[in-house]
Unconditional design. Structure first.
Length: 222
C-alpha cells in the first residue's frame, strides 16, 4: 500500500500503447492512475467513457490519465471501441492508455483488491482505486471505492484543481470548493504577512469561540 507523500512505485507494465516505465511515462507532468475490476463490465465502461470525455480538461492541467484492468492488452483494445461508442467519442484513437494486469500483481502491490467481489473464476476483483501522483512522483491523493460503486470524475477533476492550487499558494480549499471560489488562509500564516501574501484581501469569519482562525481570501491565481 502506498501512503500519502510516498514515492510512487516505478513499475513496468504492458499497456494499450506499448510497454511503459511509470516514472518515465509521467515525465514532468501530474498523473492519475485509476483501476477497474474487468473489461466489458457496465460500471467500468461508464467510468472510462466519462474519463475520456474529460481528457481535454485533464490535459489543460498537465495531467496524464492511465487506467488499469485485470485483462490483457488485446481485450483492452476491443473494449475501448465499446467505451467510445458509449461516450459518443468520434476520434479514431483513445485518449489514454490502459494497463494489462492479468495476474493482478500490480493490483496487489498497490492494495487495490476488493476481497468481497469475485469474478466468474472466483478470483477477487480489483477495487476502484484512484491515485494522483505529482511531478515529483509522490502520491498526492488516493481514493478507494468498492467494485460495485462508480466514481465521480468531476470530483477527481475538482481535487486536481485543489492540489495544484494549494501546492503553490498559502491556502487550503474549504468544503465543496470549486475553481474560482474563495479559499482559506493557512493557520500558520502570520497576521503581519497577510497584506503581502494576499493582496486581494482577507476577511475573518466571526465564530462563537472568538478565535480568528477562519480566514477567507479570493482564489490567488483566479
Amino acid at each position: 500500500m502506498v501512503n500519502l507523500g510516498d514515492l510512487f512505485p516505478n513499475f513496468s507494465a504492458d499497456t494499450t500503447v506499448g510497454k511503459i516505465q511509470f516514472h518515465d511515462w509521467i515525465g514532468e507532468s501530474w498523473a492519475i492512475l485509476f483501476s477497474h475490476p474487468a473489461d466489458f463490465t457496465p460500471v467500468c465502461t461508464t467510468e472510462l467513457g466519462r474519463a475520456a470525455e474529460l481528457a481535454p480538461e485533464f490535459e489543460k492541467r498537465d495531467v496524464k490519465l492511465i487506467a488499469l484492468s485485470c485483462d490483457d492488452v488485446l481485450s483492452h483494445k476491443k473494449w475501448t471501441e465499446d467505451i467510445k461508442a458509449y461516450a459518443c467519442l468520434k476520434d479514431v484513437g483513445f485518449p489514454f492508455p490502459i494497463i494489462a494486469d492479468e495476474k493482478r500483481e500490480l493490483a496487489v502491490q498497490l492494495g487495490m483488491i476488493d476481497p468481497d467481489e469475485k469474478d466468474k473464476d472466483g478470483l477477487p476483483l480489483t477495487a476502484r482505486a484512484v491515485f494522483i501522483v505529482g511531478p515529483d512522483k509522490r502520491l498526492k491523493l488516493s481514493m478507494l471505492y468498492p467494485a460495485t460503486t462508480g466514481r465521480n470524475f468531476d470530483e477527481i477533476l475538482r481535487v486536481v484543481d485543489s492540489l495544484q492550487l494549494t501546492r503553490n499558494q498559502n491556502v487550503a480549499t474549504p468544503v465543496d470548493w470549486k475553481q474560482g471560489e474563495d479559499c482559506m488562509v493557512l493557520p500558520n500564516i502570520k497576521e503581519a504577512d497577510l497584506p503581502t501574501l494576499f493582496p486581494k484581501g482577507v476577511r475573518v469569519k466571526e465564530m462563537p469561540s472568538g478565535k480568528p482562525y477562519l480566514r477567507l481570501t479570493p482564489q490567488p491565481n483566479a
